[in-house]
Each structure stands twice: as C-alpha cells, then as structure tokens.
Write a protein that binds this ligand. Structure first.
Ligand code: MTE
Ligand code: MO
Length: 315
C-alpha cells in the first residue's frame, strides 16, 4: 500500500499566483501554436466539427437551478492526479494533453464493439445542458453547467449483451502527456466503474463541454463521466475505453484504500469518511458550510437503485 494520502484542500482557491500562472499558460499556448486549434483547421479531418453545437444545448428536466460556480473556479480548482496532486496543478499542466484526434474503445459484453473516433461517436448525439452539483469526498462542492448526453444513449447503440452487469471506464495512459503518471501516485490508468442500472440511469451523463464551450483539459477533455449523486472521484476524466463485463470491477481509489473509497460512493452525510466527517460541505465561492444532502440532493431520482442495500456497508 502506498503512503500517499488524498490531499486536503488548501485554504484559498484562487491565489494571485494562479492568476499569474494562467496568463503564462495562455502565452505559452499561443507561442506554441496551440491556440490555432480553436480556428477552423484545414489540416485535420477530425477537427472538432461537433464543438459548434455545444452552444445550442438546451436545459433538460434534470437541471439543478441555483447559483452556478464561476467558470474561473471550475477551471482552476481541480482534482486530476495525472497532472499532479495540487488543486492548481491540472490547470497549470493539462495543456499538454492532445485531445484531437481522440478515440474511444467500446469493448466487452456488447454486440457492437470497436474503436471509434470521437467525432463518429458524437455525430449521433444531441447535446443537453445539465447543471449538476459536484460533491468531492474532500468535502467541497461546486455547481457546474455541463454540456453532454446520457451515457445510456451511447451504450444502447452498442447493444449490451445479457451478461453486461457492470461498465468499466479508463482514462488515457500516456506519461508524455500526463506527466504525473511517471510517479507512483495511483495504479495508472485511472479506472472507474458503475453497475449497469447506474450507468443506464438518465442522470448519468458523458460531458463534452461546460458553460457552453468545450471542456477545459483540466476538467476532463474531451469526454468525461458525470454521476451527480456520487462523490466526485467516480466522475472519471479523459476517457479512452468503456468496457462492459459481468464481474464487478475494482476502481482505482477503491484498490488504493478500500476502507476509505468504496465502489458505490453515494454521497452520504450519515456515513463518515474514516478520516473526516461527511455531514457538511464548503461550496466553492461561498463563505461558511452547507449541510450535505443524501445522494447529493438527487435522492428522489436514484434512492430506489439502492433499496435492498445497506449503504453504510456498501460505501
Ligand atoms: N482520470 C481522472 N479522473 C478524475 C480524477 C482524477 O484524478 N483522474 N479526479 C476525480 C475527482 S476526486 C473529482 S472531485 C472530479 C473533479 O472534477 P473537476 O475537476 O472537473 O471539478 O474528477 C474526478 N475524475
Ligand atoms: Mo473528489
């Protein structure tokens, strides 16, 4: 077992140093020509033709209204251990990630498996805006306007077999682009999993944008999972593989510290994390703390999934 501990958040979110680093990042990207990627590219066939549709995404019935966390905070206060363990490391380092072209493998217990260019995956999709709360196990939270679509729509197109009981997700493994993967922080690549009924639930989405624009790399570009009733670590970023299988997988944080990070990870104020309580949370951008709601406030939609389970045991 590694000595690593899930780090505690620093006292302040956005420091003058971070603002300065962001300017530097922008200058560096412009200098290396990466900024040109936003312009219509004549030299690449995959070139982001889906991105023009992000701004047209309409809100759906599942949207959570209320104050959204400012985009600057969403982009600069992140957990993405592939780019470092500090909250400001992802926004400093994630520009190294090459998100176009991108391919997604869909494998295992499906009739239609294969490896697909992201453009081909997304050309079938209508995008929606879903404003969801994200509640991290470290006891902070944000309200994020995602642009995405239900994972169920993608899975159905690939015809899961009757043996498909769980879905496993994997992040890109490429230490050239994800420098912290050279370090023994986690057992790379990052893996997550859902039970089939959780994966097919209409609240579970694949996000490809936020605030009407493409996902910032540090938020999991070009495609990431969002499961709003579970602690943030279930919402795996920069996915390259979706695999359906019969056995329950072991996810990365669960393998690392099984008594701290369970497979189900439903937001539950009644069950302590072994090293801190989970009854309250700090909403980024607000003073004081809020009471944490069971299932992060989505209980009316998802509580039935766990009716026969003891969630203090199956954490
Ligand atoms: N691949 C990968 N996905 C990841 C993580 C990570 O370290 N690597 N961190 C998780 C955690 S702990 C949280 S709280 C959310 C944070 O998402 P955000 O930075 O977009 O708010 O991403 C999750 N997805
Ligand atoms: Mo988290």
């Amino acid at each position: 077992m590694r000595a690593f501990r899930y780090p505690k958040p620093p006292p302040s979110e956005i420091t003058p140093r971070q603002l300065f680093e962001r300017r530097r990042e922008f200058l560096r990207q412009s200098a290396s020509g990466l900024a040109l990627a936003a312009a219509p590219a004549l030299w690449s066939t995959s070139a982001w033709s889906w991105t023009g549709r992000l701004g047209d995404a309409k809100a759906t019935e599942f949207t959570t209204y209320g104050d959204k966390t400012p985009k600057e905070a969403i982009k600069t206060y992140n957990n993405f251990f592939e780019f470092g363990t500090g909250k400001d490391d992802p926004h400093k380092n994630a520009h190294k990630l090459q998100t176009d072209p991108w391919s997604l493998e869909i494998s295992g217990e499906v009739e239609k498996s294969g490896t697909f260019g992201l453009e081909d995956v997304l050309k079938h999709q209508t995008f929606e805006e879903r404003i969801y709360r994200l509640r991290c196990v470290e006891a902070w939270s944000m309200v994020i306007p995602w642009v995405g679509f239900p994972l169920a729509e993608l899975l159905k197109r690939h015809d899961p077999t009757s043996r498909a009981k769980y879905v496993v997700f994997e992040t890109l493994h490429d230490p050239e682009q994800m420098p912290a993967q050279r370090r023994d922080i986690l057992d790379w690549p990052y893996k997550e999993g859902l039970r089939m009924d959780e994966a097919m639930h209409p609240l579970t989405i694949l996000a490809v944008g936020l605030y009407g624009d493409v996902l910032p790399n540090q938020n999991g570009a070009p495609i990431r999972l969002v499961v709003p009733w579970k602690y943030g670590y279930k919402s795996i970023k920069s996915i390259v593989r979706i695999h359906l299988q019969e056995e329950r997988p072991v996810s990365t944080w669960e393998a690392e510290r099984p008594n701290e990070y369970g497979f189900y990870a439903t937001v539950n104020p009644e069950v302590r994390h072994p090293r801190w309580h989970q009854a309250t949370e700090r909403r980024i951008g607000e003073d004081g703390r809020r009471r944490t709601e069971k299932f992060n406030g989505y209980g009316e939609h998802v509580a039935h999934l766990y009716e026969s389970m003891d969630l203090s045991e199956h954490r």
